[in-house]
Design a protein around this ligand. Structure first.
Ligand code: TYD
Ligand code: MG
Length: 445
């Protein structure tokens, strides 16, 4: 007798109250004897059959290539096989549009705007292509309301919609109807009869993902899958899909800020770390083609505000880094280092370097740093700007907003050239900035 966790699919010979693999409680169920035995006998039967009838096909590489070409599958991705989404920012992140048969995972926190942008995109695409929107999270009425609000339902709207949540039924629709693109909103709402888990569990997500992947590749249908994640980083569901799909996109931003950043984390057919910027408005998502306008809002008069630049994919984005340093009340309570937009550990390191090597002691101060506009930056090129902003705040000495600070800071206080520095200088010059050069040591900032 065997038991299986209906959350992650782990199996055990003993019943467990708490699954030792995913730590969920009360998820173990007895695995029906018949199910496992019929499954194995079936698979061995088909295995035997195939042995007797026809061996698996194998071809020399040149024949393989030609046969694929004849069948119409793309052996090579060229610009012609891409479908433009109608949003140039979305296309940029994908590397020029959606590739036929590509499977894309779009993850993000609930409420960030995934359904909104995908609905706008499907509507644009449905004008020339056959598109299906699987709305598993919203009822037909909710969907129709949203559609009407965003684009307006007209006689000429050709977008097809279903609230079907059975993965196999959706796969057979893909097979029979010849869609160019299908949107699955969301993978957590789908249910495959071949998994015993509840919708959204790891085993369900995995099986549904595999089924959709196969359907996409067999029918040359592009599939955009929505994966919900939450703030605690419980991305276990969509995470299991990441290695499976061709492209992983994240939509991020602050709930109370209208800007949304679309980022590619994995891309088989294009660049990674490219970003697209959107603004959430009352009428849906609007693209922001010059993101520097959004992230640079400084008027240059306040201390603690410094301009920096970061290379995001192929584009230089200018940003404003703000810092506020305040004396701690008699040293009570833990020292605070609050970072918004950069990693807290990076801020702690920069504070330590500044204290020890930069002549600005921060041990008696709380430090708050914020990157304006809600952009999260992993690029160490902003180190110099963070340090300059902290120093400016401590000395209450404003820095000109025509100066751009870029450079990575090491533990000995040295300032290093970063990737894309030349591009930043070129772009800075073009826009009338002075890129701060010649500073080699943190004490000289
Ligand atoms: P939604 O696309 O449903 O998010 P997700 O699919 O990622 O969960 O977005 C929901 C939020 O967006 C909700 O707070 C309302 C807001 N919104 C707008 O601001 N403008 C709009 O045109 C729409 C449709 C939603
Ligand atoms: Mg949604």
């Amino acid at each position: 007798m065997k038991y299986q966790c209906n959350n992650c699919g782990a199996q055990s010979l003993m019943w467990e109250g708490k699954c030792s693999s995913c730590n969920e409680w009360g998820t173990y169920e007895e695995l029906a004897e018949t199910e496992s035995s019929t499954k194995s006998s079936k698979s061995s039967a088909s295995h035997n059959n195939s042995l007797q009838t026809k061996p698996a096909e194998k071809l020399v590489i040149s024949e393989f290539y030609n046969s694929k070409k004849k069948k119409g599958a793309k052996a090579k991705v060229d610009s012609h096989s891409r479908i433009s989404t109608g949003f140039s920012e979305f296309d940029r992140v994908l590397g020029g549009g959606i590739v036929e048969g590509e499977v894309i995972l779009l993850s993000g926190e609930p409420g960030i705007g995934k359904s909104t942008i995908l609905l706008q995109l499907s509507d644009l695409l449905s004008k020339g292509k056959k598109v299906l929107y699987v709305s598993g999270e919203e009822s037909s009425a909710q969907f129709a309301n949203r559609y009407d609000r965003l684009v307006g339902i007209t006689e000429s709207s050709k977008l097809e919609v279903t609230t079907e949540i059975d993965t196999d039924a959706i796969a057979s629709m893909i097979e029979n109807e010849g869609y160019d693109m299908v949107v699955i909103d969301s993978i957590q709402s789908l249910q495959s009869p071949r998994s015993r888990g509840y919708p959204g569990s790891i085993s369900q997500v995995r099986i549904s993902g595999q089924t959709l992947m196969r359907a996409a590749k067999d029918n040359n249908t592009a599939i955009l899958i929505v994966g919900q994640i939450n703030k605690e980083g419980s991305i276990a569901g969509p995470k299991v899909l990441e290695h499976l799909v061709d492209c992983v996109l994240y939509m991020e931003g602050e709930k109370f800020n209208a800007f949304r950043i679309l980022r590619s984390m994995k891309n088989r057919f294009g660049p990674t770390n490219e970003i697209g910027v959107f603004e959430m408005t009352g009428g849906g998502m609007v693209e922001v083609t010059n993101p520097s306008e959004v992230f640079l809002q400084s008027d240059g008069n306040a201390s603690g505000s410094v301009v920096s630049a970061t290379l995001q994919g192929s584009r230089v984005v200018f940003i404003e880094v703000q810092a506020l340093c305040v004396e701690r009340d008699g040293g009570a309570g833990p020292m605070r280092r609050v970072a918004n937009g950069i990693k807290k550990s990076r801020l702690e390191m920069l504070c330590a370097v500044l204290s020890k090597r930069g002549g600005v002691f921060l041990g008696d101060k709380d430090v708050f740093v914020n990157v304006v506009g809600g952009l999260n930056i992993a690029d160490p090129a902003v180190d110099l700007a963070v340090v300059a902003a902290i120093k400016s705040s401590v000395k209450d000495n404003p820095v000109s907003n025509k100066k751009v600070f870029v450079g990575e800071i090491g533990l000995t206080g040295e300032i290093r050239k970063t990737v894309g520095r030349d591009l930043v200088e070129k772009e800075g010059k073009r826009l009338g900035y002075e890129v701060v050069t010649g500073v080699r040591y943190v004490g000289k900032v």
